[in-house]
Write a protein of this length. Structure first.
Length: 166
């Protein structure tokens, strides 16, 4: 990997790792397990429905997140940029699960990658780090569940209104 300070800066800008701002030794435990990988514009980083095992942190670049419709057409859900300090694939740190979207590079991009095997090593090496990261993932999943519930209510209300009017 490139400059260690640059990697620390990338991590400390992520909500996921801000907790370790005053504890660089603990953050260093995470850093030593990170992999670095470059992708070219147009490369697929992850493919929807494949089994994932890694969290990806955008170090440099821009990606497009796409989902398939029931007809297998693709639509863009969101575009993520490095300046937004974002990551994706966090569920795969916890378990084997199908990827829920395809991620495609909009430009040449660089990633820091943490796979599940190494994440488990981090948890064994320092339980406190593992607990903090698990807690962050739990909060992310809770926020998504709350949003999904709100979306379901919105769709249900729209369906009821359509039935009543039709």
């Amino acid at each position: 990997m490139k400059n260690q300070n640059e990697i620390y800066d990338v991590l400390l800008n992520l909500d996921f790792f801000k907790f370790f701002k005053d504890n660089p030794e603990r953050l260093g435990v995470v850093v030593k397990y990170l992999k670095y990988k470059k992708f070219k514009k147009g490369d697929i980083v992850i493919e929807e429905d494949e089994i994932g095992d890694s969290l990806y942190i955008i170090k440099k670049g821009t990606v497009r997140i796409e989902k398939k419709t029931f007809n297998n057409d693709r639509f863009t859900v969101i575009v993520l940029k490095d300046k937004e300090h974002v990551f994706f694939g966090e569920i795969s740190l916890l378990r084997d699960a199908k990827r829920t979207a395809t991620v495609i590079c909009e430009e040449d991009s660089e990633f820091l990658i943490l796979n599940r095997v190494d994440f488990n090593k981090i948890c064994e090496e320092d339980n406190y780090i593992g607990m903090i990261i698990y807690k962050k993932i739990a909060n992310i999943l809770a926020e998504r569940l709350i949003k999904a519930d709100q979306d379901i209510i919105t769709l249900f209300n729209a369906l009821v209104q359509e039935i009543e009017e039709g």
